[in-house]
Design a protein around this ligand. Sequence first.
Ligand code: URA
Length: 193
Amino acid sequence: MDKQAILDALAEEIVKEKVCSDLADQATQLVMGDGNPDADIIFIGEAPGKNEDLQGKPFVGAAGKFLDEMLKSANLQRSDVYITNIVKYRPPNNRDPLPEEKRQFWPYLLRQLEIIQPKAVLTLGRHSGGGFIPGLQIGKEHGHPRKVRLHELEFVVIPLYHPAAALYNGGMRQTLIDDFIQAVEFVKNNSGA
Ligand code: URA
C-alpha cells in the first residue's frame, strides 16, 4: 500500500472511532492533510477554519494563501511538502483548539508522522510548536531548529509563527518570510537531499 492509501485508512479510523466527537458533530468533514506524503517537510498548523472545513483541505483560506506565497518564495509548491493540523475538525467560530482536543488527536498525528517519515516538522503557531517543544517561547525560538525524538521517530522541528500572525500584524510579515526561507534552506542542507 502506498503512503496515501495508509493515510486514507487512518482518516477512516479517526471517523469510525469518533475521535473528538464534539467537534466532529459540528464540522462539515475531517480535514486530514494535503500535499505529498513522500515529502521531507511536513507543516503542522492548529486546526481547520471555515474554508478548510468546507473544502476538506488544510490552509486554503487567507492564512493558506500566505502559506502558498511563502512556499513560492522558497521555490516550493504544495506538491513538494505535506500539510496538516494537530486538530482535524474545525473548532466552532474558529476558537483556539482546547488541550483536550489536541490530546485526542495527538496519537493520530504521531501515526501520520510514522507513515510520512518526514526529515523536518515545521510547526505553524504555538499550539503545534508547543506539542513538540514543551514550554515553547515562540517569540524567542521561532526559526530555531532542534532535534526531537518521539518513540521511534527522529526529526528536526523548526517552530514558525502561524501565517495568520502576518495577517493580523503586517509588521511580522517579513519575519515570517525570512524564517520560512531559512527553515527550508536548513532542511535542504541537512537532509542529504
Ligand atoms: N489555520 C490553521 O492552523 N490551519 C488551517 O488549516 C487553516 C488555518
